[in-house]
Design a protein around this ligand. Structure first.
Ligand code: ADP
Length: 637
């Protein structure tokens, strides 16, 4: 056996057959097993070469033969081993396999860890989002009643005679609202901690629910929604946790009331299913309200879920209610499902198993919370007639869906302003266009149209774009503030706000308008060229007047038609911008034009009168003197 290292894998060898008769005619056959087939060598050739043999074991066999061509049957053998290079020997390969294996395992572990880390990060992020949603929702819900509480305390201090009675009941009502929010949060916390016990009693469910419903029927009446209690059975004695059932049903009915517009109906039904193996009670709460969009239905039971879309933003919400409802129903061994059709209505169905194991408890008449709820809904609402009308005062429009907050803001402003109010964005928009107030104070989160949309629309509308808008909102974060200002609001205050600050902001805004009024008045009437008139609306009016200067029939109705707004709107807008009535504005405009003509042309007084739409000379002179302070002849001497 010979051993050759891998760099000597090219080699030659010779052999000799011991037949000396004619050695030059000897023949040979050879084979390198593991490498190639047999080869025959003739005429005494006895040298062979191999190139590039792979590392491994080979056997070289050589058969010798004489000139007659007869080969010796026994070959000569030589074992050859070509060594592998150091990097490709057994140990190296074992090392490679080991390293490769380690690498794979490491990669796998790394990947696994990464995935775990990502999912953990995602969980943390989701948790943080939930948490921040919780804070925004909850703080928002707290801010509104706190605004009323802190504000009314101050009002009572300043003016106890007027505000003691109403103020106290507003404070009481809003304090209860805060308490009920706290309770809702505690319910949620109890669910999260898993520390929740069911307190079973056996009682007549139909009778209990009937009591529960009473205050809601009254609440419904106050908002124009009919609440119907339609049990299919007269009595159903079963095990139930009355407190939990109360929370479940009040949440569902409150939601139904909240999301059902005036004129709608709410039906509460109770049925008993008594089949072979099933004995259950089915409670339905159905409303004919706004419904939930199909893509949002699956999420209504999620924590902090609130349907997006302005129509449904009725007085905010925490998005906790239905989560608590579902957890409680499941705790009672039942299940809840929801069906809803957008713009048609929503139905929640609760199925509870019927058992009779708990101690029997008779319902004893009254349920404590009933009158509190009625009281809660009995919120004060500011009556516009409450206001002493002084037509010289500026007109303020308050748009706010929370009646107590509305009353509170009105109470701050009513001594200095005439006040009109609106319950939501859409009504606010209509009233703003109808009344053209001097200032608008609006909430942001409201049903039908939120404050941002309202601001944007009013600022784009020629009739209302001059009105200062102050957004007053429980959305206190920086982004909301920027958004409010971006949409064109003139100021943004977060609740609870300082009443003095609100007053000062309104005063400043109105002063700003007054100085602009003077500017517009001068620009538009005293003959400033069109290019110098800043306000788009005034520019438009003066262009129309200029084009119809000599038309004696061109009056207010024609101007309204040309501009495309109503007489009252035109009047309010011109008044707001220039502090003049429309007729005064038109007259001044014509007279200043007449003055220009008298000074700059050869036209005589009668001709100038014609040119500015006056057929009657003495009428013209009269108007001219009253506006300009001199008779027209003064300029034609
Ligand atoms: P919230 O405190 O915001 O009312 P809920 O958990 O009670 O929270 O309700 C979650 C969302 O489900 C609500 O914001 C509302 O958009 C929707 N919703 C609940 N009940 C109704 C209903 N009867 N009609 C229409 N939408 C509803």
């Amino acid at each position: 056996m010979i051993y050759l290292p891998y760099y000597q894998s090219d080699f030659s060898t010779t052999f000799r057959y011991l037949d000396y008769r004619i050695p030059s005619k000897n023949i040979y056959k050879y084979v390198l097993e593991g490498y190639q087939d047999t080869f025959l060598l003739k005429d005494g050739h006895s040298q062979i070469s191999f190139n590039n043999l792979d590392p491994g074991n080979y056997e070289l066999k050589v058969w010798g033969g004489s000139a007659e061509g007869i080969l010796n049957p026994l070959p000569a053998k030589l074992n050859i081993r070509i060594g592998a290079p150091w990097y490709w020997n057994r140990w190296s390969i074992a090392l490679y396999i080991f390293l490769f294996g380690t690498l794979l395992t490491t990669l796998y572990v790394f990947q696994l860890r990464r995935r775990v880390a990502i999912s953990e990060a995602r969980k943390i992020q989701e948790f943080q989002q939930l948490q921040s949603k919780l804070y925004t929702n909850i703080t928002h819900e707290f801010r509104t009643p706190l605004t009323v509480i802190s504000g009314m305390v101050e009002q009572i201090q300043i003016d106890p005679e007027n505000w003691f009675r109403d103020g106290l009941s507003m404070i009481k009502r809003n304090a209860r609202q805060v308490l009920s929010l706290v309770n809702q949060m505690l319910d949620l916390a109890k669910i999260e901690s898993g520390y929740l016990r069911v307190e079973w009693v056996q009682t007549d469910l139909v009778r209990y629910i009937k009591y529960l419903m009473e205050p809601f029927i009254a609440i419904g009446r106050t908002v124009g929604v009919k609440v119907h209690f339609l049990p299919e059975i007269n009595q159903l004695v079963m095990d139930v946790d009355t407190n939990k059932l109360q929370i479940i049903l009040s949440n569902l009915i409150q939601n139904a009331v909240k999301f059902t517009p005036e004129g709608g109906d709410i039906y509460l039904t109770i049925e008993e299913n008594h089949l072979v193996k099933i004995h259950e009670c089915v409670i339905g709460v159905r409303d004919t309200g706004i419904g939930i969009k199909p893509d949002q239905v699956p999420f209504v039971f999620d924590r902090f879920f609130e349907v997006t879309g302005v129509e449904t933003r009725a007085s905010g919400g925490t998005g906790i209610g239905l989560t608590v409802v579902k957890e409680y129903v499941e705790l009672l061994g039942g299940n809840i499902r929801v069906e809803s059709f957008w713009q048609e209505g929503t139905k929640f169905t609760i199925v509870l198993p019927i058992h009779h194991n708990a101690p029997v408890k008779e319902m004893d008449g009254h349920i404590i919370f009933a009158d509190e709820l009625v009281d809660l809904n009995d919120a004060a609402s500011f009556s516009e007639t409450q206001n002493v009308i002084d037509m010289d005062q500026s007109l303020a429009l308050i748009i706010e869906d929370h009646p107590d907050v509305q009353t509170y803001i009105a109470s701050i402003l009513s001594s200095d302003y005439r006040i009109i109010t609106a319950k939501h964005g859409k009504e606010g928009m209509d009233k703003a266009i109808e009344w053209i107030p001097d200032v608008i104070i609006s909430d942001v989160m409201m049903p039908f149209m939120d404050g941002f949309e309202l601001t944007e629309k009013l600022k784009l509308d020629e009739r209302t774009n001059h009105i200062p808008i102050i957004l007053l909102t429980a959305k206190a974060d920086h982004d909301s503030k920027l958004l409010g200002l971006l949409k064109g609001s003139d100021a943004y205050l977060s609740k609870p706000f300082d009443p003095q600050e609100l007053k000062i902001i309104i005063q400043n805004q109105i002063h700003l308008r007054n100085s602009l009024q003077k500017q517009y008045q001068e620009q538009s009437t005293k003959g400033a060229s069109q290019n110098h008139i800043n306000d788009h609306f005034i520019k438009k009016v003066t262009l129309v007047l200029e084009a119809n200067l000599d038309n004696d029939r061109f009056g207010i109705p024609e101007l309204c038609q040309a501009i495309g707004i109503s007489r009252t709107q035109l009047h309010r807008k011109i008044k707001a911008l220039t502090n003049q009535s429309t007729s005064h504005f038109i007259r001044s405009f014509r007279m200043y034009k007449a003055k220009e003509l008298l000074i700059n042309t050869d036209m005589n007084v009668t001709e100038v009168g014609y040119a500015v739409g006056y057929l009657n000379r003495s009428h013209f002179s009269q108007d001219f003197s009253s506006v300009i302070g001199q008779p027209p002849s003064f300029y034609k001497r």
